[in-house]
Ligand binder design. Structure first.
Ligand code: XMP
Length: 322
């Protein structure tokens, strides 16, 4: 197992870090081509900008629409990068992801299905077709730690688990952010001149909204959690929190609508204070804010009759539900 070096945000030299990584990417790729997948999250956005600084048009950037992203996300992300002069091609692969997730309820099996669909079926084929010999990826140290510790299998960790991506998928992986945690990645984003809205975003997990659906992931459940996520994010966007999210529970509970019994869904809201996602505490949101979220969710999403707020710290909780 490789032991990773850590560069702490508090004492990193951002300019030197960027120069070193730009040089390393250029040296590795040589005259060849590299490819990367942008999800719109902080890590993949920063790695996309870093890769384009190093390689320009020799880095091909794709947004794989897996159908489990937040509302309007693919178009929003592509438009934001277009403004920076970076071309992003959006590829609709939602059918392949829903097919792979069908019938799966175990969290790790769901994560594995997303990983395999992404790297083997969808993106893997694209890499081979593009003739790129390198895949640029925004893996960070927290992803490696949690995967190696067996807490959660992050979708983007291979070599640290003894998986050779060249053998498994046919290409090499470059991970320029692997010594950093989220706070360091944000500094690099600022150093690269990205708009703050891009690197200041709350973190979003690789398995996307599938990490927030307990039980089987279906298009209907994703549509529901997508709406709850949009409401939650809009309500909490001015709260200074590390991350906030909505989770769709599998169990239903008795509620009431129009004076009738309604056996409906439950949404759990989580809002976290954290520096680096390794530990986290629930944000002490005001009850006014919480009640407004609950009222809006139950008004706009007829299937939902109950909304709860998580008051547990990480550990024992984790930030996401899956
Ligand atoms: P957990 O749920 O493990 O999450 O406490 C810690 C942080 O990591 C994000 N997360 C992921 N990020 N790939 C990622 O790139 C993943 O598979 C993944 N799973 C969780 C999560 O949103 C939180 O910020």
């Amino acid at each position: 197992m490789i032991k990773m070096k850590e560069i702490k945000a508090s004492n990193m030299n951002v300019e030197k870090f960027i120069d070193d990584k730009v040089r390393a990417i250029r040296e590795a790729v040589g005259d060849g081509l590299a490819i990367n997948a942008l999800s719109g999250g902080v890590d993949s956005s920063v790695v996309t900008a870093l890769g384009h600084r190093a390689l320009g048009d020799r880095l091909k950037t794709y947004f794989i629409d897996n159908g489990i992203m937040r509302e309007g996300e693919p178009a929003k992300v592509a438009a934001a990068f277009k403004k920076l002069g970076i071309k992003v091609e959006v590829l609709d692969a939602s059918k392949a992801f829903f097919a792979a997730l069908k019938g799966l309820t175990d969290p790790e099996e769901k994560r594995e299905a997303i990983t395999q669909t992404f790297y083997k079926n969808v993106f893997g084929k694209l890499v081979v077709k593009s003739k790129a010999n390198y895949l640029l990826q925004g893996t960070i140290l927290t992803d490696v730690d949690e995967t190696v510790a067996g807490i959660k299998r992050q979708h983007n960790v291979f070599e640290q688990l003894g998986i050779d991506p060249q053998k498994a998928f046919g290409y090499k992986i470059l991970e320029p952010l692997i010594e950093l945690r989220k706070d360091g990645v944000r500094k690099v984003g600022a150093g690269l001149g990205l708009p703050a809205g891009m690197f200041d975003r709350i973190p979003f997990p690789g398995p996307a909204l599938a990490a927030r659906v307990i039980g089987e992931v279906t298009p209907a459940k994703i549509a529901l959690v997508k709406k709850a996520t949009a409401i939650t994010e809009a309500a909490l966007k001015n709260v200074k929190a590390f991350q906030y999210l909505a989770i769709l529970h599998e169990d239903r509970v008795t509620g009431m609508r129009n004076n009738k019994r309604a056996f409906g869904n439950q949404i759990e809201i989580r809002c976290w204070n954290s520096i680096d996602a390794r530990t986290a505490r629930p944000t002490r949101l005001s009850f006014d804010v919480l009640e407004k979220i609950a009222a809006k969710i139950t008004k706009d999403i007829p299937e939902v009759v109950s909304v709860t707020y998580n008051i547990t710290s990480k550990p024992t909780s984790t930030i996401e539900a899956i």
